[in-house]
Design a binder for this molecule. Structure first.
Ligand code: 13P
Ligand code: SF4
Length: 395
């Protein structure tokens, strides 16, 4: 019998040069590539952990640090709470007493935290270059154009937008304005059920895979009920008849990290590790999700492994920081956990938040200087809030 190999790899060592080169200059159409204005401590500084502790202690209850499950271990160590996108949105909204919310995650999460917190609270993203390539795949102009196409086809009135949390505040505002809701990977089915009570069709933005997987795997629709709207083609590359016949209009966006898992990865691991359970995130492609044993958000993945019996074997299809942490955490309980793919796959933008950036953000706050504040335009924020609150109120 073949046994799983322990996860034997090193996190890439943070390089200040790479950070500055990657992070230089701004691209108004992207969440990424924004210059980091501060003097970061050197990654080699042996006192970084002590400095982070001291700055956090000085700030006390004034600061609340949120950490998404894909963050590096060195950052997670300083998080007051960890969670998936849904849990972190709720946690941020539940701390009106904290003056500063330091969001260790990516830009769209920090935007959502800003929208859900009070105007007295300030949200900080330790590295502004921590964006999300999926969120960048749907711009406000493209989505407005798509809505015009649906209007021309005579179906906008019966279409409800459902946008994944992994989208810019502009897209969330569009969703709120047009009677839709936000969803995350842990409530997408509930969001879609709600949307189909409001209308006949759903425009699902921007992750085609989460939309398709939820509709087909969880709700029993067929692949033929779904069409793919390509924002780079006239009319999304669809005929009026195709749009009218569809129940799910899926935006052509995807996660580059989860897109790496393939049916071959699943078949290979089943061959290498007999009896292995394959557990993947719903941002994976449909054929991967269809071949997996379990599918769910990062929080679901953690809970499933917590409940797994000793001696069980697991191949996990999600971001590597989380898989490696879980493999280490459960090794002592005799649970064998491997990464689903053979190649190493971090989310490069999640990884941009490292200890030097966190120390810089915390020390700046402790010195009374708010850096890298994420502040959503008030009008955008009010419509986004509508869509986010619809999500938080889902049955
Ligand atoms: P969840 O934490 O909601 O499962 O989302 C995964 C993800 O890709 C966040 O960017
Ligand atoms: Fe975006 Fe994918 Fe990274 Fe999540 S894992 S932040 S969806 S690129």
């Amino acid at each position: 019998m073949t046994t799983a190999q322990p996860l034997d790899f090193q996190a890439p060592s943070p390089s200040p040069l790479a950070l500055l080169l990657l992070g230089r200059e701004s691209d108004p159409r992207s969440e990424r590539g924004v210059e980091c204005p501060g003097d970061l401590p050197a990654p080699s500084d042996p006192d970084l952990v002590e400095r982070a502790r001291a700055a956090k202690a000085k700030l006390g209850d004034k600061v609340f640090v949120l950490g998404h499950h894909y963050q590096r271990d060195e950052v997670i160590e300083f998080a007051d709470v960890t969670g998936d996108s849904f849990k972190l949105a709720r946690d941020a909204a539940a701390r009106p007493d904290a003056e500063y919310i330091v969001f260790c995650g990516v830009h769209f999460m920090a935007e959502s935290a800003d929208i859900l917190t009070t105007s007295d609270q300030q949200v900080v993203l330790p590295d502004l270059a921590a964006g999300c390539s999926m969120a960048d795949m749907a711009t406000a102009e493209q989505v407005a154009e798509c809505w015009d196409v649906l209007t021309e086809a005579g179906i906008a009135d019966v279409t409800v937008p459902v946008s994944y949390m992994n989208s810019s505040a502009d897209i969330k505002a569009f969703t709120g304005k047009h009677g839709g809701t936000i969803c995350t990977s842990s409530n997408a089915e509930r969001a879609l059920n709600w949307a189909f009570e409001q209308g006949e069709k759903v425009l699902f933005l921007p992750d085609q895979h989460l939309g398709r997987n939820t509709a087909v795997r969880d709700m029993g629709m067929s692949l033929d009920d779904c069409v793919l709207y390509n924002p780079h083609k006239p009319n999304g590359g669809l005929t009026v008849e195709e749009l009218r016949a569809a129940k799910m209009i899926l935006w052509r966006g995807h996660c580059s990290v989860h897109g790496r898992f393939s049916l071959d990865s699943v078949n290979d691991v089943r061959e290498r590790i007999p009896g292995v359970n394959v557990l993947v995130h719903p941002e994976c492609r449909h054929e991967v999700v269809a071949a997996a044993d379990y599918v769910g958000s990062t929080e679901y993945i953690i809970k499933t492994l917590e409940a797994a019996p000793a001696g069980s074997k697991w191949a996990i299809g999600t971001e590597l920081n989380l898989v490696r942490r879980l493999a280490n955490r459960f090794a002592g309980e005799g649970k064998e956990i491997v990464f689903l793919d053979k190649t190493v796959c971090f989310c490069s933008t999640m990884n941009r938040i490292d200890l030097p950036h966190l120390v810089w953000a915390l020390e700046s706050l402790a010195a009374g200087k708010v850096v890298n504040r994420i502040e959503v335009d008030p009008e955008v924020a009010s419509f986004s809030k509508l869509a986010l609150e619809r999500m938080l109120a889902l049955p």
